[in-house]
Design a protein. Sequence first.
Length: 253
Amino acid sequence: MVNLKGKVAIITGARRGMGKSHALTLARAGAKVVVADISQDECQKVVEEIKKEGGEAWAVKCDVSKKTEIDEMVKKTVEKFGRLDILVNNAGICQFKPFLELTEEEWDRTLDINLKGYFLCAQAAAKEMVKQKSGVIVNIASVAMGQVGVGFPTLAHYSASKGGIVAMTETIALELAPLNIRVNAVAPGAIDTPMVSSTNQDPKVQEATLARIPMHRMGKPEEVSNLVLFLASDDSSYMTGSTVVIDGGWLTT
């Protein structure tokens, strides 16, 4: 069993889907979890679920596209728990839109949340981790990250953001390694979350998606969370700058 007892973790985008799963998983491993997202009420529901299982958690409203809210989140986390050991950059949006119809506003919103938000959160967290000379950052990317020989039509903005996450992960891992801060990324494939389900209602689309996956099923949020837990723990102490794919074999086809 992975033991995170005594560790403090922030998970962004944690009110539902993979983020909620990450929060529950890390809490079950003993971490004190800050559940952060744009809805305080929905975050609190996750907190109550964690508390019912005997864990410790705290809900914070945070829009990751706004630096002031991120800085306040990190500041209050340290004030409440005394430290910050783990950041899981999970908040993100995904909107399918043909490239020729994609607006500047849609592009900016996606990059602001999916990429700039990761940068701002990682920087704010790392500044605290430096003080204690230890820390772990896990960035959630995607198989739609580019450089893998597989394109994703109607997701130019999303793919650009996820590719940027991988590049940023490798770079800041290099800079932060001497400070005993590890940075890795997770690249999920098709995972059964509310965000994916809302854009995958057409049976033909579902069939086409499953046809691309050798395991012929979508992944479960908990399966990704187990990988996040490993990367957040000392069990992965010799890993930094890596991007780990978890996609049921999608990229092998």
